[in-house]
Unconditional design. Structure first.
Length: 319
């Protein structure tokens, strides 16, 4: 889009908002003045009659009420001069929601930052065993994670259970921290169109996959699906169906289903594919809070211990 056109468009809507706001406020004042200057005779009726005897009288507004309206108009004009409200005009005080948020965050960081930073020097498993850190991590979880993973971290369809020891991307402290900080995007490509598979072949593969975890499956379809699986699925889920946590490919043999174990849902996923996304929180929360939140998630019961490095073999003695 042309930058000049974009600027002109923004300028137009800015002017439009200013005009609408000012005309509305000044129009209220003019309407009050017109009504105040009109001649009213107490007891005089306007001629409007309802239900035979219900009439509208032409009585003036009480002065205190009328001046309250005038004060409201004055207040609105003063407010718009001091605070944002007239298009993009920031007002005399230059106040903004973003500025107030940043100021409050600085105060919060100065107050609570040291409490989180004290755990940065400790490893995740040590932090997970600390009652104070666990309470802090729990509050972070309820604020930023419970909306998707549930208040008890038990998950929901398309949102993983964080307590069951089944991890798409790995459950070691480092992998959990990486997931929280950088986010994840997982894509299952659609397989239900040519040249991949037709509808019957998709159903055959689904029945084979169901058989891998002990779900009900048609034996004939299982046999046909087993022949199709290496070309259709093994590249991601592995020849044995156990997936690949390094790339987020699910294990198809562990009886854990992120979306559903229903046959029709599995067919839909294989046919149309699916995409899932976890947003990154590293930049928003900062290293210390991510560290404490990692410890809380790891300590929910499904976390894996880091793999100990293999000790190097001693060098052969030289004569």
């Amino acid at each position: 889009m042309d930058l000049k056109f974009t600027g002109d468009l923004v300028g137009f809507w800015n002017l439009f908002v200013i005009v609408v706001v000012l005309v509305s406020i000044i129009g209220c004042a003019v309407f009050l003045w017109v009504q105040s200057s009109a001649t009213h005779s107490p007891g005089e009726v306007t001629g409007h009659v309802w239900d035979g005897d219900l009439q509208e009288y032409s009585n003036p507004l009480p002065n205190w009420w009328r001046w309250m309206f005038y004060l409201t108009v004055v207040f609105a004009l003063v407010y718009l001069a001091l605070y944002p409200g007239l298009g993009s005009n920031p007002g005399v005080f230059g106040w903004s929601m973003r500025g107030q948020y940043d100021a409050e965050m600085k105060v919060a960081e100065a107050t609570y930052g040291p409490k989180f930073n004290q755990f940065l020097a400790q490893d995740v498993m040590t932090v997970a065993a600390n009652p104070e850190a666990k309470e802090m991590g729990g509050r972070l979880f309820q604020t930023y994670c419970a909306q998707c993973h549930g208040g008890d971290a038990g998950g929901a369809p398309s949102f993983p259970n964080l307590k069951d020891g089944d991890w798409l991307w790995g459950g070691t402290p480092d992998r959990i921290k990486e997931t929280i900080a950088a986010g994840r995007t997982a894509v299952m490509t659609p397989k239900g169109t040519k040249p991949d598979m037709d509808a019957e072949q998709v159903r055959d593969v689904v029945h084979y996959v169901r058989s891998l975890s002990g779900l009900a499956a048609d034996s004939v379809r299982v046999q046909r699906g087993q022949e199709l699986y290496p070309q259709a699925c093994a590249a991601c889920h592995g020849a044995d169906g156990k997936g690949m946590t390094a790339a987020g490919y699910p294990n198809l043999t562990d009886k854990v289903w992120l979306y559903s174990s229903r046959e029709d849902k599995m067919i839909e996923i294989v046919t149309k594919g699916v995409q899932n996304h976890m947003p990154p929180y590293g930049e928003f929360l900062g290293p210390a809070k991510v560290h404490v939140l990692t410890a809380y998630v790891w300590g929910l019961g499904g976390g894996e211990k880091p793999v100990a490095p293999v000790a190097a073999a001693p060098a052969a003695a030289q004569n």
